[in-house]
Write a protein that binds this ligand. Structure first.
Ligand code: T4K
Length: 374
């Protein structure tokens, strides 16, 4: 058997010499954080790449989301409608702002929030919707905007998985009041740790600037009670280097996604999301759904079998956030029936996918899946 474990993903990194050369000027300037030259350069390049007027870089995706919600200035105890089928950060960002998450069910077709179930959850305390473009599947942005306009709600997209995608030709960063990206090591585009908020309105840039830098506006002036969530210069340079290769990175991921799709096409009991032709995908994740009736064993049995064979697929996203201990114990998170979300989180398995994943390994993974099928 292979000695090496195959992990769910692997960070993309630029050529070593290129990064070393790029960080050399930092040894001359000794300016390594606090909105330095490279922080500004990366913000500028991302505006162009994402085709969006405003970008604010952050230390990570979580703080980007937490501070964006804070910047909206919602009264404490207000309700925010969101999805339970996501990484825990999405809900934490709401709750850590003193707001109440209200969980809405998702759609079986793509795992995103079910826009038809949002209105029933709106009360006089609702102030916002925080949907997630989960696995890079874009939410129904038109329907969500119609609801937001009707009830005067803010929409903040957790776009952590959707870097560089387009929907009907428009960059995904242009929807709602703001979109939040993660540039974590595990993402399609990484700055080691990092994140960004994209939006249209410059007033929000100023607010986020204060929130990410203690509200400091001069040596003797702090005008807001801000946090510290700035991206440092080493991270920004990693971003500038990785951005050069982003087209290649996404193309390699797409080829591997296509290959998996071909291999898995005739395996009954294994379902993949059907691509939407309005979306240009970034091939961030490779989620499969196991229907134990057709497949002959459960997702958890397959998960364990792959682990025995050193394939570390992940259950992104299980358990549902509404079932996580930290929310169960304090009763946070009013929820409607979450039938589809419950079902999907019991069935989902995210297979290894990264730009340089060997095609032989994909053959091996799919062979293991076929062996386990009864
Ligand atoms: N919203 C959503 C929807 C998100 O998915 C995330 C992050 C956020 C918000 C928050 O953004 P950040 O604050 O993280 O920027 C990982 C990531 O840590 C997390 O960023 C990501 N979502 C989540 C879906 O996945 P874990 O706990 O699964 O990470 P870990 O350490 O098990 O790593 C997974 C695999 O990645 C490893 O098996 C190997 C590979 N890896 C990992 C690291 C740390 C590398 O190749 N290099 C590395 O440096 O959460």
């Amino acid at each position: 058997m292979r000695d090496k474990e195959i992990l769910v993903t692997r960070s993309s990194m630029p050529p070593y010499e290129e990064y070393i050369e790029a960080i050399r000027p930092l040894w001359d300037s000794h300016w390594i954080t606090n909105m330095g030259r490279y922080h500004k350069e990366l913000e500028k390049e991302l505006k162009e790449y994402l085709k969006v007027p405003e970008v604010s870089l952050m230390v990570n995706g979580h703080m980007a989301l937490e501070l964006t919600i804070q910047a909206m200035g919602f009264p404490a105890g207000s309700e925010v409608i969101t999805t339970p089928f996501t990484f825990i950060s999405t809900t934490h960002a709401i709750v850590r702002n003193g707001l109440e998450p209200v969980f809405c069910d998702i759609k079986e077709s793509d795992g995103t929030i079910d826009e038809e179930k949002i209105e029933a959850l709106i009360t006089e305390k609702t102030v916002a919707v925080v949907p997630v473009h989960v696995y890079g599947n874009i939410c129904n942005v038109e329907a969500i905007q119609r609801i937001a306009d009707k009830y005067n709600l803010k929409v903040i997209y957790d776009a952590a998985h959707a870097f560089g995608e387009t929907y009907k030709g428009a960059g995904v960063s242009n929807f709602g009041d703001a979109s939040v990206f993660s540039f974590h090591a595990t993402k399609v585009f990484n700055t080691i740790e990092g994140g960004a908020v994209t939006f249209q309105n410059h007033v929000l840039y100023e607010k986020l600037f204060d929130l990410k830098n203690f509200g400091i506006r001069g040596e003797e002036l702090a005008c807001e009670v801000g946090a510290n969530a700035k991206m440092n210069e080493f991270a920004a340079i990693m971003g500038l280097c990785n951005l050069k290769y982003i087209g290649e990175e996404i193309e390699k991921r797409r080829r591997r996604t296509e290959y998996y799709r071909e291999l898995l096409a005739d395996v009954s009991g294994v379902k993949l999301f059907q691509p939407d032709e309005d979306i240009e995908y970034n091939a961030a994740y490779l989620p499969i759904m196991i229907d134990s009736g057709d497949f002959g064993c459960t997702r958890d049995e397959l998960f364990a079998y792959l682990r025995e064979n050193k394939i570390k697929a992940r259950k992104y996203f299980y358990p549902l956030i509404s079932n996580q201990v930290c929310y169960r114990k304090n009763g946070k998170g009013r929820a409607a029936a979450l039938e589809t979300a419950e079902k999907m989180s019991e069935r989902i398995l995210t297979l290894p996918l990264y730009a340089d994943l060997d095609f032989d390994i994909m053959d091996e993974i799919v062979d293991l899946i076929k062996q386990k099928r009864k």
